[in-house]
Design a protein around this ligand. Sequence first.
Ligand SMILES: NC(=O)c1ccc[n+]([C@@H]2O[C@H](COP(=O)([O-])OP(=O)(O)OC[C@H]3O[C@@H](n4cnc5c(N)ncnc54)[C@H](O)[C@@H]3O)[C@@H](O)[C@H]2O)c1
Ligand SMILES: [Zn+2]
Length: 298
Amino acid sequence: MMPHSPYLSEETEGASALRFYNHERAEEGIRELATWLQGRRIAVLTGAGCSTDSGIPDYRSEESLKRKRNPIQYNQFLRDLSARRRYWARSFVGWPRFRDKEPNLTHQILARIEQQGRMTGLITQNVDRLHHKAGSSRIVELHGALADVRCLDCGLFEPRDDVQARLAECNAAWHAEVLSIAPDGDVDLPQEAYDSFEMVSCLRCHGPLKPHVVFFGENVAQEVVQAAWEIVLQADALLVLGSSLTVYSGYRFVKGAAEQEKPVAIVNLGATRGDPHASLRLDLPLKTVMPHLETLLS
Ligand SMILES: NC(=O)c1ccc[n+]([C@@H]2O[C@H](COP(=O)([O-])OP(=O)(O)OC[C@H]3O[C@@H](n4cnc5c(N)ncnc54)[C@H](O)[C@@H]3O)[C@@H](O)[C@H]2O)c1
Ligand SMILES: [Zn+2]
């Protein structure tokens, strides 16, 4: 069966070799994935789809695309003080909910697969640190993590929880009525709440603070990209889990693996930009695939 993917056409090179499975042949697809994994050391690339079962929404599933979101751009954060203040006010309210999210079965099974020596490492586009919480050890966080904050001037790192405590102190009398709240903790507040919110600055140089995540319009640091390439280079194959691969910073590893003639398998609900490079494609929910896969591998 051919997948319905806007990324594939009859002319797409390699598409004829693609084996595609959805709910109609889930069992067969998962068995094939288990066989694909046997005897290989794999690099794993994960995206927001890995964390939806932990209650953190992704950006590009059909459901999420219906919600209008307007994430802050890097330049705006740097240059527009009121936008920066708005960001910190929202994240002050939203952080405790985000921080308390727990890893799900996919995170836990990936940690166990690593312990079995089947993986060279894990590259994640997620900023939620749930792979760490689940016990994976070799992890490259391509887009950083919300749990870290960094000074824009001197580069000093500070844990987000410490910044949160300082923000709470400075804003002891501040109260905002929450207009709406997304499951990832992002909130909407009234304008006057933004105007009266006090930001805190670097403990060392008083410079402005930014969460250590890659914003839209910002580049991934070269050493981070390099560390991720090491994981791919040392692997025999690449497995992608829960990413639309729309963002180039993740997609490049799929393209690169294919160029190195390493097999690529993708488990994702819905089409991905990497589909033309995959030889095995499961259009299935991770909670259906992962526990079954683990049983087949044991
Ligand atoms: N958890 C997080 O940290 C988080 C959440 C949202 C966005 N982001 C950021 O936004 C960017 C989003 O890119 P992306 O490619 O990671 O995500 P994306 O939103 O572009 O794609 C996620 C894909 O996962 C699929 N999916 C959702 N739940 C699934 C499930 N249970 N099983 C299988 N597939 C599932 C969706 O259909 C979608 O195609 C990333 O760069 C990331 O930094 C991070
Ligand atoms: Zn500083």
